[in-house]
Structures are given as C-alpha cells and as structure tokens.
Design a protein around this ligand. Structure first.
Ligand SMILES: Nc1ncnc2c1ncn2[C@@H]1O[C@H](COP(=O)(O)OP(=O)(O)OP(=O)(O)O)[C@@H](O)[C@H]1O
Length: 291
C-alpha cells in the first residue's frame, strides 16, 4: 500500500502541495486528476522518492522511501516525456534497468516484438507515441508493484492512445500491480480507475470511489410538452438543455424528484449512461475538465 500522510512541498518559497493525505490499495488503479499546475507531477515524483516532501511522510509497504530506499525497487515513475532516455540505445537502457529493478528481460523482449519495435533502434528515432509506449513497456517489465504514470497519453493521436490504454488495462488485469495515473482526461480514467483523487491548488479536493459514484446518481433525459417545469429544475442538476429536451442528474434514491417528473407527464423519459465528466460538471463546477 502507498500512504501519503500530511505531505506538503514547497519549492523556492512556493507552496506546491499542502497537507495531502490519501492511500492507494494494492492491485488498484488510482486516477490523479487536476488542472495544469495542481501538483500532480510533484506528488508522483515524491512518491517515487525523486523529490523529498517538505513536511509529512510517504510510505510504500510501510517503508519510508527516503529512510529505506531499497523500497524504490518496487516503484517506477514514468514521466510524461521519454526525453531523458533519448540518447541511449535499447540495450543500454536494459542494462541500466537491470541494475535497479528485477527486470524481466524475456517479457520485455516479447513486448517489443508484439509492438513491432526495432530492437537496434535509438530512442531519439522513435515517434512520440512509440516513446510513450516504450516507456510503459519498460515500466511493466520491472516487476515493480507500484507504477506511477504521469499523463501517459498526453499529446498522442487516438490510435496510439487507445493502444496505450489497452496495454495498461491488460497489464493491470494480469499482474498484481497498483497504478497511479495522472491525467486531465476524465473520460480515459473512468474506464480503468477504481479510485479518483482530485487535486486542486495543491490540496486533495475530493476522493471518489468509482463504483459508489456510479450507483449514487442517475442521468436522465426528459422532454415535456412545454419547457422543463421550474419545480423540477430546482430539484435536480441540469446537465444540458436543448429546446424541450433536458438532461438531468438526480440522486439515485431521490424518489421525490422522480415522482415529480412522472406526474408532469413527460413525452420522453429515459436513463442515459452516466460519465465521470457529468458528475464533475454538476457537482464540482466542471472546471477540472481540461481536455
Ligand atoms: N522545480 C520546480 N521549481 C519551481 N516550481 C516548480 C518546480 N516544479 C514544479 N513547480 C511548480 O509547482 C506547481 C505544480 O507543478 P506540477 O508540475 O506538479 O503540476 P501538474 O499538476 O503536474 O501540472 P501539469 O498538468 O501542467 O503537468 C506549478 O506551479 C509549478 O510551476
């Protein structure tokens, strides 16, 4: 388990993270969401033991990453750019990774073949998408139990993005690893995250268990002969409205509003699939969604 307890971080008198608490259970996928500059990368770098917290403590399997650095063997941080690797060949990087991790070279080679990488190539000759995929292949070949991914799909086209998300999902399903993924993209996270942590201006603004969340609300599309009655509007969150058709978010156990809608004889009344974005827009002001 990863435990972040009362962690703050200041750089050059600028307080970047403030009293951050959360934990990540084994075998789960945690989404770390927040706007540019919210502190996601700084937090991941601290969990990986690259940056030291100013206050508070981070433990991985009850070991403090700074006091017992051998635990770092179990934590891999994948930055949002593979630039640090670009002057090396694949075999040089493998040598380096073998020094640090229990690197599974056979599995690594299988993955390179699967994704049609030229094993003699230099990283600087890879495209941006290939670099991103290569970094993930490296990370998932380490046998580390905790993998921290900093915006793994940022700036990639939809095809490579899909490939990468599918690769992460497969690795998580097959192995007992915990993954933290930082992202601006709620739509990507909701497909794979069990748990979402929302960072806002350096603090944990909210934590969400995906399963609970989806059973907590209903998204319904309604239309009436005239416009949406005001007494219904006041009882629910209006996600969108176009002509006579309105899309509403209501609490799943809100039988009163459901009854009000039915009593108003809607000409259309249907449940729609609920997305994480809907809930953010309705409940958290929507300002987090930055695609
Ligand atoms: N080495 C540094 N020196 C000074 N300030 C820093 C340093 N690293 C990060 N910061 C500041 O800390 C804040 C948080 O940065 P961080 O990169 O952690 O945010 P982020 O949520 O990952 O942002 P993004 O989504 O844009 O990648 C920013 O205001 C940034 O300018």
């Amino acid at each position: 388990m990863i435990r972040v307890s009362g962690v703050s971080k200041s750089i050059h008198k600028n307080q970047i993270l403030k009293d951050v608490h959360f934990s990540v259970k084994n075998g789960t996928v945690t989404g770390l969401v927040g706007r540019n500059g919210a502190g996601k990368t700084t937090l991941l770098r601290m969990i990986a033991g690259i940056l030291k917290p100013t206050n508070g403590e981070i433990t991985v399997n009850d070991k403090n990453v700074f006091k017992q650095p051998s635990i770092k063997q179990n934590v891999v941080f994948v930055p949002d750019s593979a630039d640090a690797l670009k002057t090396y060949t694949i075999s040089e990087i493998v040598m380096f990774y073998k020094e640090i991790y229990q690197f599974n070279e056979e599995y690594f080679n299988q993955l390179l073949e699967k994704f049609e990488f030229n094993k003699q190539g230099k990283i600087k000759h890879f495209s941006k998408g290939q670099k991103a995929l290569f970094s993930l292949i490296l990370a998932f070949s380490t046998n580390a139990k905790y993998i921290l991914l900093d915006e793994p799909t940022d700036g990639l086209d939809v095809i490579i993005k899909k490939k990468i998300l599918q690769f992460i999902a497969e690795e998580v399903a097959e192995k007992d690893v915990s993954v933290i993924i930082s992202s601006h993209r709620l739509d990507e996270l909701e497909k794979m995250a069990d748990h979402i942590i929302v960072l806002k201006q350096g603090r944990v603004d909210s934590e969400i268990e995906m399963e609970e969340l989806k059973s907590q609300y209903r998204k319904i599309q309604v239309a009436f002969e005239t416009s949406l009655p005001n007494y219904i509007r006041e009882q629910s969150e209006v996600l969108s409205e176009s002509g006579r058709v309105a899309v509403l978010l209501i609490d799943s156990d809100d039988e009163k509003t459901d009854q009000l809608i039915n009593d108003a004889s809607p000409i259309l009344y249907e449940d729609l699939p609920l997305t994480l974005e809907d809930i953010f827009i309705a409940k958290l002001g929507g300002e987090l969604y930055v695609s």
